[in-house]
Design a protein around this ligand. Sequence first.
Ligand SMILES: [Fe+2]
Length: 200
Amino acid sequence: MEKKSIEQRARLMLDGVIIEPDTAEILSSLKEYSNRTFVHSLNVAFISIQIGLDWGFDESRIVNLAKGAVLHDIGKIKIPLSILEKKDALTEEEFARIRLHPVYGYELARKRGYGSPVLDIILHHHEHIDGSGYPDGHKVTGLSLETQIVSVVDTWDAMTSTRSYKPELSGQDAMLELADFTDSFYNTEAVRGLRNVTDK
Ligand SMILES: [Fe+2]
């Protein structure tokens, strides 16, 4: 499929997912709480869907990927803004609090009735394939491919976005940094998939 048409299809699929009532309601709370996190979530979903399309995932798989991606950081709603928007480096305690956001997000989405493919992405998007991530320190065997896609895209988008405490990297520089952690933190195929859809 042409890159342009992948982008167009991804946009349509994302639009379809974010108008679904539960998702729309959760996202509107997120937007109100932290617009930066809301925009990041849309970016992560848009790129993740493109990878799924590029790989020929079927529609239901892509819809779950899109839901998990767009809701992956929803638990940040429970993190005080004084920590979430802090301009300086975080203290150990603040970082420990931030590390709870996948669990908070999982609980929130579980109560809304989202299925396990979506919950898995939310709970495990900060896990690394060598088991060094959080909250559970899951090795690759415990992580869905969809979760591993969102993990890579999340990191790349965070590195390329302007953040208060550090300058953003270009897409290529971020890719080089990701490459350093491929096979330890990130799934090689997912990194390659990301490169395919973001290479201009
Ligand atoms: Fe996150």
